[in-house]
Write a protein that binds this ligand. Sequence first.
Ligand SMILES: *[C@@H]1O[C@H](CO)[C@@H](O)[C@H](O)[C@H]1NC(C)=O
Ligand SMILES: *[C@@H]1O[C@H](CO)[C@@H](O)[C@H](O)[C@H]1NC(C)=O
Ligand SMILES: *[C@@H]1O[C@H](CO)[C@@H](O)[C@H](O)[C@H]1NC(C)=O
Length: 147
Amino acid sequence: MFMFVFSLFIFGSIRLLAKTCPIDTLEGPDEKCYGFFPYGFFHNESEHLCTDFYGGNLASIHNEETNEFIKNNSVFFFDSDDFWIGGKIGENGEGWLWSDKSSFDYRNFYKGRRPSSKSYFGLAFNKNTGKWHGIKNETVLPYVCTI
Ligand SMILES: *[C@@H]1O[C@H](CO)[C@@H](O)[C@H](O)[C@H]1NC(C)=O
Ligand SMILES: *[C@@H]1O[C@H](CO)[C@@H](O)[C@H](O)[C@H]1NC(C)=O
Ligand SMILES: *[C@@H]1O[C@H](CO)[C@@H](O)[C@H](O)[C@H]1NC(C)=O
């Protein structure tokens, strides 16, 4: 009996540990952790900060529920309408890629706002609409990391 309770305790703690998000981050519906950082940086710098401080990346979004979770929380953290997520136009014309290299399997672009030019774009999320649009990578915006 003691061993049974003891192993329940160990198992329970491991589960808890596995679900604990770093301080200043929130657990998303996909059980990943999300950090909302209201400081302005270029797309490439935001990506570096996610990696350097959290071992993460700018957020990649794979379903509507996670998109809504990010939209809901961004309203509390950000003054500006737009903020960076991890999408960027591949420099060799591959189209949109996530910086964490996960597959680009969900899209939530503004209709008619997909950039067609060959310029280098980063993916911005609009907190009022929850929609995405490409803007010049050298724009200064707050950002969301996934850990
Ligand atoms: C980001 O890009 C700018 C402009 O191209 C460059 O000066 C800077 O070193 C880059 N920063 C990082 C962290 O890569
Ligand atoms: C987002 O907020 C709406 C409105 O308050 C709520 O209905 C919904 O459940 C929230 N969704 C997530 C994923 O947090
Ligand atoms: C923006 O993209 C251009 C073209 O790929 C690149 O030369 C520049 O370093 C990028 N700047 C940032 C801030 O990422």
